[in-house]
Design a protein around this ligand. Structure first.
Ligand code: SAH
Length: 400
């Protein structure tokens, strides 16, 4: 932008630059030397030159004095405020990756810090883009983001799903609105050859979870001729693809009637409605009811919402994962596949493995891990930011 404008400085306390120098991009408010550079005068979303205690420049960052993560590094080389040209370069790089990965325009186009765009998520549903902004700094650049997306991709519509609770941590208002063109109530996408309709404005997150794409394909390939249970099915992402893969029967469980109605429509859209049954209710109760009725499945997919949203939920969240995996064990046929996922950033893969191992042990079953899976490549992991690797998926064989 304007290279002559000098940026205000934000200085870290001694040794607090270590994590940043190792590649992380977040600064916590207790790491700032507020005697040298107060946080308070910064407007939320303003940019600053981040400097170490020695005075050495670390790069340009977004600042939000109201947030626990009070600064997010944008660029290590820049010394002046970043705007449209910076966004253009990063968006172009993000697009180049996805165009290399996928031949159809259905994917996560921008994944925040991992794409060097802190607080920006863009999911692409063909001609419609759904954007989520999670930092005050990105909110300031919102008009530029929309203008660049319009210029580069000529979408029919752009929807802002700025209703995620993470925004409250940045003291940003919650809202959903169309930022460009027209956005229909239902968006259509294609994944692994299956078609899906999702609710743009009222569905979970941006409407669809592209992160499980690769694992869903893997599970569909294991489903031929088998009975499949899709727990926390939402609109049928796993179940419908398993049915297309040749599953003999698929049961979807979710507590949302609206999600299940879309799952039924999606089954119809893919010509597999005759093999899909739906159960609306609390997953824990439904699993117990199925077990009591003597039902057994050859493949069970557990893909719950994050049970550990914050550190303080660690204990109760882990206990919910334990209960869920134990309940699933009761429903597995003698030689079955269990897919156990967790999108809780705070649950390490090793803990999920311990939970599944514990559940198998408790049920007296033998366990073989067939795969440790995670996010599809359109959700790249930033090697220095473990928080970007939130999704863990164990694919296991469970034998009697
Ligand atoms: N498996 C889905 C994503 C799951 S999102 C996919 O691959 O697309 C989480 C889902 O869990 C939501 O649809 C939500 O309605 C449902 N849910 C949340 N709590 C639940 C509960 N206690 N019992 C059943 N469903 C629940």
């Amino acid at each position: 932008m304007n290279s002559t404008t000098e940026l205000p400085r934000l200085q870290l306390r001694r040794n607090e630059d270590r994590r940043i120098r190792h590649g992380h991009q977040w600064v916590y408010s207790n790491e700032v030397d507020i005697a040298a550079t107060a946080l308070k005068p910064f407007a939320p979303g303003a940019q600053a030159l981040l400097v170490a205690a020695s005075g050495r420049a670390l790069g340009v960052a977004f600042v939000n004095p109201h947030s626990l993560i009070c600064a997010r590094l944008l660029d290590r080389c820049a010394t002046a405020a970043l705007g449209r040209e910076f966004l253009r370069e990063r968006l172009e790089a993000a697009l180049a990756l996805r165009e290399r990965l996928y031949d159809r325009p259905f994917y996560r186009l921008v994944y925040g810090d991992s794409d060097g765009l802190p607080g920006l998520i863009v999911d692409r549903y063909g001609a419609v883009l759904v954007v989520q902004i999670g930092t005050a700094g990105m909110e300031v650049l919102l008009e530029d983001v929309v203008a660049l997306l319009v210029e580069r991709l000529a979408p029919a519509g752009i929807l802002l799903r700025n209703d995620a609770s993470v925004r409250t941590m940045e003291q940003l208002p919650l809202y959903t609105r169309v930022a460009w063109g027209e956005v229909p109530d239902l968006l259509e996408l294609c994944e692994n050859g299956a078609r899906f309709l999702v609710a743009a404005g009222s569905g979970q997150k941006t409407g669809w979870f592209y992160d499980h794409r690769e694992s869903r394909a893997r599970v569909a390939a294991l489903a031929r001729g088998r009975r499949v249970l899709d727990v926390f099915s939402y609109v049928g992402g796993w179940g419908v693809q398993a049915a297309l893969g040749g599953a003999s029967a698929v049961c979807c469980i979710d507590s949302s009637q609206a999600a299940l109605e879309l799952a039924a429509r999606n089954a119809e859209l893919n010509g597999v409605a005759d093999r899909l049954t739906l159960r609306c209710g609390n997953a824990f109760d439904e699993l117990q009811a199925l077990s009591a009725a003597g039902e057994r499945f050859d493949v069970v997919v557990l893909d719950p919402p994050a049970f550990i949203k914050r550190r303080r939920d660690q204990k109760s969240g882990e206990s919910a994962y334990h209960r869920l995996n134990r309940a699933a064990m009761e429903l597995l046929a003698d030689d079955a596949i269990l897919v156990s996922a967790s999108c809780s950033m705070h649950l390490p893969e090793q803990s999920l493995l311990d939970i599944v191992r514990g559940a198998a042990h408790h049920a007296g079953r033998r366990l073989q891990i067939l795969g440790f899976a995670g996010q599809a490549s359109d959700h790249p992991v930033h090697p220095a930011i473990p928080e970007t690797r939130y999704l863990k998926t164990l694919i296991a064989r469970v034998q009697r």
